[in-house]
Design a protein around this ligand. Structure first.
Ligand code: SF4
Length: 699
């Protein structure tokens, strides 16, 4: 008798609850489980089409069923696990001996379970002895995380349960398209919509922006790259019109005077000339945000994935603090984490500057604590490494990384300036990729290790609310694939590392609890049993406590208990204006696809609905360029050229072109994006790159 497994979706950070029920395993043509939405506070039984179709990948014909080794003929051939792991360990030892431990790099992912993320960080530092580990969350959450840490002393995406939004009268969404990226989320916007208080800031008229139609709110469509100026203008109005919550600011923040001076010149008419947003709209929006209880400000990648993303997220936080929103019941500020475990993935040691529990790797106390848990001397833990883009830029370069282990990332689709990344991967002595499929990155590897999928494994994830949830196994994996915990343990053994590498997820979690104890992201009071009982577990959850669904009620996490207002300003060089003939490239997601599309492009229904990248152009722009809907076009700049078809739509500004970033090869939007990074967060500039669009003969 098959048993159902209550679990959560494999994709985004909403982590919708679902029930998987095993089906007739003898029928290889049908998915081995059925998927049903399950009631949970975030999704209330709802799933989007990605979640509904997620089981189709479990027995997809293209799923890898055995390790692959690149042979002398240059092709990938099936190998046994012993052959593959022996080869990897032997090669790593050789590279280390020749070039030193930092010649070995590890690239993790925000989709890994907490257990995998934790063990990967430990593996890199102890089994490989390298400081060169970072992960794809650098492309996703790093700016918001840096801003949250700077202002609040802690980075938890939503510092309150998602259900709190239900009672909001006003919600300001900055650069997030939740109606497509996490559709069940929009149920939490209904109250603000009904109150006419949903405000969406986005250069595109997205599905989320359309929720503001018919008097249900406001869509603000600024010039791409001017979000920071827009926020400085809102702060200016809030201060000038005495809309500041003076008591809150006096009692709970520092830095007001400096902030006040920094926005003095951002009067609404100046902001209008920069952003294109009318001064009157700006004033009305500021007044609406300050109109009383029930206001939330939420940011997403649209305003964060910039070279000034940290400062832009900081400005959003400044605005929220001036209005007295964070920590006050029924109001708040948050950032919407994207990847499935984007939150947990940034807490347990995958980041180059971090140890488990969100501890700083340079902090002697943090090092001593983690070293005790790991049973090593603190000196055995390498110091800080380099962030993702810098790590990738060093591939195969003198003094750089010569071998790379990739877990949960499709680098040649999702990285900025992917042509350069591809060249770097080609220069490596060894590329090892763990994946379910031969992704575009796995296809370049020397060794491909096939791994379990979500329905075949146990573990925990931490959703966008900072709530730890259980992933449960519904079916056994195919015979030829392995769990990444097992892979790490086997490699550590072959590398003669004497530290413990458990393969039982619950044991790994128990160790993670100890390692995180006393840190910012303290999981020490959480265990599998309580999660299995359905208890809500929001970190920080120190041992013996009841967890923390809502942060900041009494104090912020800085030593003085106050939040920091940080004066930020616009850097003219951050977003150069388009020259005649140029458009600003805006990238983003589609309802049907997730991240690099490595999974969703393999689901027939999703692929059929959105089989190709389309370059969205405004009718006036298309007219000027002589382009009609459906024409073949090239979108190009000095970094590369995307070849695709045009979609002519009023949903985009005339000065911009939109490309989804889910596609590969000649349709990879990241052929065009810059690997210039934010100086604080090391976030690359994904959102405002200058391009030219031309009509070309049929491809
Ligand atoms: Fe999965 Fe996100 Fe869709 Fe929910 S919204 S079903 S978590 S992809």
């Amino acid at each position: 008798m098959s048993r159902s497994a209550p679990t959560h979706c494999p994709y985004c950070a909403l982590q919708c609850a679902m029930t998987l029920t095993p089906t007739d395993a003898a029928n290889p043509a049908s998915p081995p489980v059925t998927v049903a939405g399950r009631d949970f506070p975030t999704n209330r039984g709802g799933l989007c089409k990605k979640g509904w179709t997620s089981a189709e990948l479990l027995r997809a014909p293209s799923r890898l069923g055995a390790p692959l080794l690149r042979g002398a003929d240059g092709a990938l051939h099936e190998a046994s696990w012993d052959e593959a792991l022996d080869h990897v360990a032997r090669s790593l030892r050789g590279i280390r001996a020749l070039h030193g431990a930092d010649a070995v790099g590890v690239f993790g992912g925000g989709g890994l379970t907490n257990e995998k993320a934790y063990l990967l960080g430990k593996f890199a530092r102890l089994a490989l002895g390298t400081s060169r580990i970072d992960y794809n969350g650098r492309y996703c959450m790093s700016s918001a995380a840096a801003a949250g840490n700077r202002a609040f002393g802690v980075d938890r995406g939503l510092p309150f349960p998602l259900e709190d939004l239900d009672g909001a009268a006003t919600i300001l969404l900055l650069g997030t398209n939740v109606a497509e990226t996490m559709p069940p989320f929009i149920g939490h916007l209904a109250g603000a919509q009904a109150a006419g208080g949903l405000v969406v800031v986005d250069p595109r008229r997205t599905a989320t922006a359309r929720l503001t139609d018919e008097g249900q709110g406001l869509h603000v469509q600024p010039v791409p790259g001017t979000d920071l100026a827009l926020l400085l203008g809102l702060i200016h109005v809030v201060i000038a019109e005495r809309l500041v919550d003076a008591e809150y600011v006096a009692q709970r923040t520092t830095g007001f005077e400096s902030l006040r001076r920094s926005v003095a010149s951002w009067w609404p008419e100046r902001v209008q000339s920069t952003t294109g947003v009318p001064a009157l709209t700006l004033r009305r929006l500021a007044r609406r945000l300050a109109s009383g209880e029930g206001t939330y400000i939420l940011t997403g990648r649209g305003v964060e994935q910039h070279v000034d993303g940290t400062d832009t997220a900081t400005a959003a936080i400044n605005l929220a603090l001036l209005l007295g929103l964070p920590g006050r019941p029924g109001s708040g500020y948050g950032t919407l984490t994207g990847q499935g475990n984007g939150q947990g993935g940034r807490e347990h040691g995958q980041k180059c500057d971090q140890l488990p529990g969100y501890r700083k790797i340079v902090d002697p106390e943090a090092r001593a604590h983690v070293a005790r848990v790991w049973g090593v001397e603190p000196d055995a833990i390498p110091g800080p490494g380099v962030p993702a883009v810098e790590l990738l830029q060093s591939l195969g370069m003198p003094g750089g990384v010569r071998s790379l282990l990739v877990h949960g990332s499709n680098l040649v689709v999702s990285s900025p300036n992917v042509a350069a990344v591809r060249e770097g991967l080609d220069r490596l002595d060894l590329l090892v990729v763990c994946d379910f499929f031969l992704s575009e990155t796995a296809a370049l590897a020397d060794v491909v290790l096939p791994i379990t999928q979500w329905a075949e494994e146990e573990g925990t994830m931490t959703n966008l609310e900072g709530r730890v949830i259980r992933r449960r196994r519904a079916i056994a994996p195919p015979a030829g694939v392995r769990d990444e915990l097992w892979i790490l343990a086997e490699l550590a053994r072959r590398l003669e590392c004497t530290a413990t590498f458990d393969t039982d997820p619950e044991l790994v979690f128990e160790e993670l609890r100890l390692a995180s104890e006393g840190g910012i992201a303290d999981y020490s009071g959480i265990d599998y049993a309580m999660l299995d009982r359905g208890e809500a577990a929001y970190w920080p959850y120190p041992r013996g406590s009841a967890g923390t669904p809502r942060l900041f009620a009494d104090r912020f996490a800085h030593p003085d208990g106050r939040a920091k207002l940080v004066a930020v300003t616009v850097r003219a060089s951050a977003h150069p204006a388009p020259q005649p003939g140029e458009l600003t490239l805006v990238t983003g997601r589609l309802l049907e696809h997730y991240q690099s599309g490595a999974q969703t492009r393999r689901v027939p229904e999703l692929d059929a609905a959105q089989p190709e990248a389309l370059a969205a152009l405004h009718p006036s722009t298309a007219d000027r360029l002589g382009i009609a809907d459906g024409d073949d076009v090239e979108v190009a700049n000095t970094r590369g050229t995307v070849r695709c078809r045009a979609r002519v739509t009023t949903d985009i500004r005339p000065d911009a072109v939109f490309l989804p970033f889910h596609y590969a090869d000649a349709q990879a939007a990241n052929l065009l994006t810059s690997d210039a990074v934010d100086p604080i967060s090391s976030m690359p500039e994904f959102k405002t790159n200058l391009v030219r669009v031309t009509r070309v003969a049929r491809l």
